[in-house]
Design a protein around this ligand. Structure first.
Ligand code: COI
Length: 357
C-alpha cells in the first residue's frame, strides 16, 4: 500500500528572482516562481514529496515520456484578495481530472493529500508572486511524466509528479479569430480528447500554425468523422450566443470537461440565461451569423478565462461577429461574474473558492 503520510519536505531558495520580474508586462507562461513541488512514483508508490528551488532537472534519454508521450497536466490559478488571502478555484476538480487523465494514459493516480499539501505549501512559500487585483493570478501547472528509463512500448513503472507556478495576466491580449476545422482533427471517439494529455496539444500545433498563417489564432475543432459538429478550441471550450440563448457542446470522450466551462453553465443558470448543452452544427452557426442572430462567440478556459471570438472562417467563408464588444455582451458579464468569485469580491454560493490558509 502506498504510504500517504510522509510530510512534504521543504528546501527554500537562497535568493528570490521576484525583483527581476515586471509584473505589469507578463508574457503567459515564461516566468516561474522560486519553488516547485516534486514527488516520484517508484516501487509501486508515490514517495518523497518535496518542495525545492525551481531548477532544471536531468532525465535519462530513454525516459518513456520522451518516446511514448506518457504525460498529463492540469491548469489552475491562485488568486489573492485585497487582504492578502489566497484562493484556489474548484481545485478538487483539477485533482480529480488529472487522475482521470492519468488513468486514460495508464499512469498511477496521485494521492489527494500530497496534491493539496504540496500545492498549498508551495503557494504559501511563493505567496509574494500572487499579485492582488482582478486580472492578476498565479497560473499553476501540475503535471505527471513517465521517467522510467526503458523504451519498450508499455506503461512506465516510474513517474514524476510536479507543480510549477507562473505569474499570469491575460492569455490572449485581444479578441481571437478562429478557423473552423474541416480536415484535421483534435480527437476521435474512444481517443484521449477528454484527457489533458500533453500529446493532445502537440497534435494541434501544426494545423494551428497553418491557421495562423491565414491570420487566425486558433482552430475550433469539429468531430473527426463528419466535421459537422463544433467541439472545442483546444485551449478553451466554446460558447455561442444565438439571440439571448447560449449553446455549448456536451462533453464526451473527445472534449475536455472544462472547469471554466461547467462554471459558466452554472453561472448562466444563476443569472437566468438559458444555456443549451447540446450538439451544435457548423451550419447552424453559419446560418445564425448570416441572419444576424449570432450575437457572440467566446471561449472559456483556465488560462484564457473568457476570451471573445471576433470572427470565424469555415471553408473560405469569413464571418465577423459584431456583438462581442457590446457593453452588455455576455462574454463581459460572465468574465466579470467569474473573476469576482475567484477574487473574493462576491458571494460564493456554490462553494467554489478554496482558501489556502
Ligand atoms: C488551461 O487553460 O489551463 C490550459 O490548459 C490551456 C493551456 C494549453 C494554456
Amino acid at each position: 500500500m502506498a504510504n500517504y503520510t510522509d510530510k512534504v519536505s521543504i528546501e527554500t531558495a537562497e535568493t528570490s528572482k521576484i525583483s527581476t520580474v515586471d509584473f505589469s508586462n507578463l508574457d503567459f507562461g515564461r516566468v516561474f516562481t522560486d519553488h516547485m513541488f516534486v514527488c516520484d512514483y517508484k516501487d509501486g508508490k508515490w514517495q518523497d514529496p518535496q518542495i525545492m528551488p525551481y531548477q532544471a532537472m536531468t532525465f535519462d534519454p530513454s525516459a518513456r515520456v520522451f518516446h511514448y508521450g506518457q504525460a498529463v497536466f492540469e491548469g489552475m490559478k491562485a488568486y489573492k484578495d485585497k487582504d492578502g488571502k489566497i484562493f484556489l478555484f474548484r481545485p478538487k476538480q483539477n485533482f480529480d481530472r488529472i487522475n482521470k487523465s492519468s488513468e486514460r494514459l495508464a499512469m498511477p493516480a496521485f494521492p489527494e493529500n500530497y496534491f493539496f499539501e504540496g500545492l498549498e505549501a508551495l503557494l504559501k512559500l511563493d505567496s509574494e508572486w500572487i499579485k492582488p487585483g482582478v486580472g492578476n493570478s498565479l497560473y499553476l501547472r501540475p503535471f505527471v511524466i513517465a521517467t522510467e528509463p526503458a523504451i519498450s512500448a508499455s506503461p512506465a513503472n516510474m513517474y514524476r509528479f510536479m507543480i510549477i507556478c507562473s505569474p499570469a495576466q491575460s492569455y490572449y491580449n485581444s479578441a481571437v479569430r478562429v478557423l473552423i476545422a474541416d480536415h484535421y482533427s483534435r480527437s476521435a471517439n474512444g481517443g484521449v480528447g477528454a484527457a489533458k494529455a500533453a500529446g493532445n496539444y502537440a497534435a494541434q500545433f501544426y494545423p494551428t500554425s497553418l491557421a495562423q498563417e491565414k491570420g487566425f489564432q486558433q482552430v475550433v475543432w469539429t468531430d473527426a468523422d463528419t466535421h459537422t459538429f463544433l467541439e472545442e478550441a483546444g485551449t478553451m471550450n466554446v460558447f455561442f450566443r444565438v439571440n439571448d440563448k447560449l449553446i455549448t457542446a456536451p462533453t464526451s470522450d473527445r472534449i475536455l470537461d472544462g472547469i471554466t466551462r461547467k462554471s459558466i453553465i452554472q453561472i448562466a443558470e444563476d443569472l437566468g440565461i438559458t444555456c443549451e448543452v447540446r450538439q451544435v452544427t457548423v451550419e447552424e452557426i453559419k446560418n445564425a451569423a448570416k441572419d444576424g442572430s449570432l450575437k457572440e462567440v467566446f471561449g472559456a478556459g483556465t488560462a484564457a478565462v473568457i476570451s471573445p471570438i471576433s470572427a470565424f472562417e469555415h471553408q473560405g467563408e469569413l464571418f465577423e461577429i459584431s456583438g462581442t464588444d457590446a457593453e452588455d455582451a455576455y462574454n463581459k458579464l460572465f468574465k466579470k461574474t467569474l473573476l469576482n468569485i475567484q477574487h473574493n469580491l462576491s458571494e460564493d454560493k456554490h462553494g467554489w473558492r478554496h482558501e489556502v490558509k
